[in-house]
Ligand binder design. Structure first.
Ligand SMILES: Cc1cc2nc3c(=O)[nH]c(=O)nc-3n(C[C@H](O)[C@H](O)[C@H](O)COP(=O)(O)OP(=O)(O)OC[C@H]3O[C@@H](n4cnc5c(N)ncnc54)[C@H](O)[C@@H]3O)c2cc1C
Length: 416
């Protein structure tokens, strides 16, 4: 039997749930389909110790905000699952769990959607399957010698799962620096290969850095349309960790702890790794960006009179453990495992609608695709800087729900 609804949302993470809430407010008939349970990725594809890097008070979704007694704390990933489930229950979100979508096809009336648990027709579809879908591992990973283990951010759980010996962590965004730190603390020698990155202090002038960025309006800044979408999709995330007590985590602090920092990994042939000579340039570029951001905060404090401690800048530390950037014999250096923390890509093998570009990304503008009735949500910089954040996806959902209402022309079956 084919079931019918006005809008099908694919994915029951924060994006799909925020869209569901926004459609519910408008009285639009809809169903959320997920291949797993609500918050599936936080359940199954994140490492064991992960805490959000955004403080609890930034857990704001349409019709929902953090009500606990630790607004400045950082939720463990299991608490995120709990929070998403409570959010879904708070407005009786119509979620069909374990209903993986296998195909989405265009029809004259809208869309046919085939799932593991049955078929659907809908007049509109929202793809909310996540920006962090599949680990983006470089092609040269296949040239790595078979005696060197490879782990991705989706398969890494804790240091105990790794073979004994040294570890090369590739990538120095939030995930890379957090994993380098955790693995180093477990007693293994860690080498961290770093490219372009964004370095910020956890706290600045007496407040969490994200509080300042939120108050200055940096996080909700609209996407600059002149930035090509492929660049927006590959922006490095902030080198931050959610910890108690708060602490900085960046190349400098890691190097000080004993992590060896190298330039970007260019290629591997067997056990021979080659690195770019980018480290100084990228560290200086990150420093310039950091100074610009902190100056913006200083200016905000000056012009608004916001309560703040006096400004102070940590001196740029050198990288004492920088490796020779020309090359490294992984075996000779005792490196037994590579952890790829090289970002994410998205795949839509089930999408039979011609909206994918040459690299397989959905062509869209602010979540609106060229196919009438087909929308996306939760992509990096989709409408604003925080489009992928728990605290940012809600505004995008509200705006796109208005587009959907226009598309449905106010004739939702529920509304009728
Ligand atoms: C390691 C890590 C740490 C992060 N930390 C923070 C943080 O501190 N603060 C913050 O605000 N953001 C953080 N983010 C970013 C963002 O909040 C998460 O990526 C979040 O999971 C995105 O939510 P989403 O709903 O867009 O996608 P997802 O959570 O990925 O949800 C997508 C859903 O779609 C489902 N799905 C996929 N394919 C199908 C299919 N074919 N059929 C049906 N269902 C399908 C999946 O099962 C999943 O439940 C982090 C991201 C990562 C990777």
């Amino acid at each position: 039997m084919t079931r019918k609804t006005d809008v099908l949302i694919i994915g029951a993470g924060q994006a799909g749930l925020a869209m569901s809430h926004s459609l519910s407010v408008r009285g639009i008939d809809h169903v959320i389909l997920d291949r797993g349970a609500v918050g599936q990725r936080w359940r199954a594809e994140r490492w064991a110790s992960l805490h959000l890097l955004t403080p609890n008070w930034m857990t704001r979704l349409p019709g929902w905000h953090y009500r606990g007694n630790d607004p400045g704390g950082f939720m463990h990933k299991d608490e995120v699952v709990g929070m998403l489930n409570r959010y879904a229950r708070s407005f009786s979100a119509p979620v069909e769990e374990f209903s993986g979508v296998e195909s989405v096809c265009r029809t004259p009336e809208g869309f046919n959607v085939r799932t593991k648990s049955g078929d659907w027709t809908a007049r509109s579809v929202v793809i909310a399957t996540g920006a962090c879908d599949r680990p983006a591992v470089p092609g040269f990973a296949r040239d790595v010698a078979s005696d060197i283990a490879q782990v991705t951010t989706a398969t890494y759980v804790h240091p105990g799962q790794l073979d004994p010996g040294g570890v090369l962590v590739v990538g120095a965004s939030a995930t890379g620096v957090q994993l380098a730190d955790e693995i180093h603390q477990s007693g293994r020698p860690v080498t961290l290969a770093a490219g372009a990155h964004v370095r910020l202090p956890r706290r600045y002038r007496g407040r969490d850095i994200l509080e300042w960025l939120d108050r200055c309006g940096v996080l909700s800044e609209a996407r600059d349309p002149s930035v090509p979408s492929d660049r927006a999709l590959t922006q490095p995330s902030l080198q931050l960790v959610g910890s108690s007590p708060p602490r900085d985590i960046d190349l400098m602090t890691l190097a000080k702890l004993g992590v060896t920092v190298t330039g970007r990994l260019r290629g591997i042939d067997g056990a021979n790794a080659r690195f770019d000579d980018n480290l100084q340039t990228d560290v200086l570029a990150a420093e310039t960006r950091r100074e610009r951001t902190l100056a913006r905060i200083d200016n905000f404090i000056r012009t608004t009179g916001a309560a703040a401690l006096p400004a102070e800048r940590a001196a740029l530390l050198s990288l004492p453990n920088s490796a020779d950037t020309r090359g490294l014999d992984l075996r000779a250096s005792g490196i037994r495992t590579i952890v790829w923390a090289t970002g994410f890509r998205r795949t839509y093998p089930w999408l039979q609608v011609p909206v994918l570009d040459a690299s397989g990304e959905i062509t869209q503008s602010g979540g609106i695709t060229e196919c009438p009735g087909l929308y996306t949500l939760g992509l990096p910089f989709m409408r604003r800087r925080n489009s992928t954040f728990i605290d940012g996806v809600g505004q995008d959902a509200i705006e796109i729900s208005a587009e959907i209402a226009r598309h449905l022309d106010g004739n939702s079956r529920a509304a009728a």
